[in-house]
Design a protein around this ligand. Structure first.
Ligand code: S3P
Length: 425
């Protein structure tokens, strides 16, 4: 599917992006292994979240969808799957389920699409093996498919080399099934939805600075109402601040501080983004976000800020094209091992528009102020590159086309409809 996007004269929007992907994955997985049953409302609509339900069903979990879109998940023991488990394009499904499967008393094989089968798995396989798990995979366990032959796990103290919430969550999940305490030392703070949800489900995760500890235990089922995804709202925020006549509102957005790096980065750039109607829902902070046309200035983004905006780097790079001066993004080498190499993809696609972008080993250098002209974009099978290209089309002169635009559905199936609703010619 190819999409064509033109810059509207005026951009006005009032949108509610789909349910948060990270919180939805956790709500489904944690409730599937919990005691009791839970109702999940506003479970995210993307293909990655369907992958998590498919994998859980393959393990015998009973999951019902109701007419109002909510799900009931019946928790309990998982069963040996009759077939391989397919995580599709979803890294979160793969990594989190690896933590669960390592602790189950049966054989399971977890795989995914071509992208998943090329993404690094040693980051979970190595610590799971230290915990006593029997895990194998291609290339000595560095690549999926991964095979788990469950056994007794023991808690370990582990120094995580990357600030990854997926790795942290996999090990906290394995820790539930281990003997003794599991202690994780992280290099920086990453999203803490697992810690919050474990606590709310009756398993205390003790945090002390960058150290998190969990003891074995059983989760108690908990109803979850999932807030809208700030990583999806990010596209409309950038559209709103970069377009010369814009006001874009995103409602009910999760604003957990471990996820709001995009708000900090845009504030540093001088953007007019307001956080309104702040409240708390199910232990997660929620707000409405309003972005208006702004004069932006270049910034330096790196260090501890990166894990707090890791999925937003491509669209922040697009915003940097509209900022005065040279924006430097560093410490973001992790982007090379996401759904695509997002540093190269972002550099190539923004350059097609006439932007001045240089690729660094661990980031990007973008000099703003050049006029962007519509171009023909590729998506690299990566939803965030597809959506960044779509927003570029709202901002560039002339016509922008995006090939394989359906890739957006991995996290945001209604992205192109929402984008079309923003324009006033
Ligand atoms: C996620 C963590 C991040 C992020 C991904 C979702 C999660 O990955 O990129 O989209 O839900 O835990 P890493 O923690 O591996 O950086």
């Amino acid at each position: 599917m190819q999409k064509t996007v033109r810059r509207p004269k005026r951009l006005r929007g009032d949108l509610t992006p789909p349910g948060d992907k990270s919180i939805s994955h956790r709500a489904a997985i944690f409730n599937a292994i919990a005691d009791g049953e839970a109702r999940i409302e506003n479970y995210g609509s993307g293909a990655d979240l369907a992958s998590t339900l498919r994998v859980l069903r393959g393990l015998g979990a009973r999951i019902e969808r109701h007419n109002d879109g909510a799900f009931t998940i019946h928790g309990g023991a998982l069963a040996e799957p009759q077939d391989t488990l397919n995580a599709g394009n979803s890294g979160t499904t793969t990594r989190l389920m690896a933590g669960v499967l390592a602790g189950q008393p049966f054989l399971s094989v977890l795989t995914g699409d071509r992208s998943i089968r090329s993404r690094p798995m040693a980051r979970i396989v190595e610590p799971l093996r230290l915990m006593g798990a029997q895990v194998d995979g291609r290339d000595g366990g560095r690549l999926a498919p991964l095979a788990f032959r469950g056994g007794a796990l023991r808690g370990v103290r582990y120094r995580m080399p990357v600030a990854s919430a997926q790795v942290k969550s996999a090990l906290l999940l394995a820790g539930l099934f281990a003997e003794g305490e599991t202690i994780l030392d992280q290099p920086a703070v990453s999203r803490d939805h697992t810690e919050l949800m474990f606590r709310a489900m009756g398993v205390p995760v003790v945090e002390d600075g960058l150290t998190a500890r969990v003891s074995p235990g059983r989760l108690t089922a908990m109803d979850v109402r999932v807030p809208a995804d700030i990583s999806s709202a990010a596209y409309w925020l950038v559209a709103g601040v970069c377009h010369p006549d814009a006001e874009a509102r995103a409602r009910n957005v999760g604003v957990n501080p471990t996820r709001t790096g995009i708000l900090d980065a845009l504030a540093m750039m001088g953007a007019d983004v307001r956080v309104e109607n702040r409240r708390e829902e199910g232990g997660e902070p929620v707000a409405d976000l309003v972005a208006r046309s702004s004069a932006l200035r270049a910034v330096e983004i790196g260090g501890d800020l990166i894990p707090r905006l890791v999925d937003e780097v491509p669209v922040i790079a697009l915003a940097a094209c509209f900022a005065e001066g040279t924006t430097v993004i560093r410490d973001a080498a992790e982007l090379r091992v996401k759904e695509s190499d997002r540093l190269t993809a972002t550099r190539v696609e923004l350059s097609r528009l006439g932007a001045q972008v240089e690729e660094l080993d661990d980031g990007l250098r973008i000099t703003g102020g050049r006029k962007l002209r519509g171009a023909a974009h590729k998506t690299y099978g990566d939803h965030r590159i597809a959506m960044t290209a779509g927003v570029a089309g709202l901002l560039a002169e002339g016509e922008t086309t995006i090939r394989a635009a359906e890739t957006a559905a991995v996290s945001y199936p209604t992205f192109w409809d929402d984008l079309a609703s923003l324009g006033e010619a």
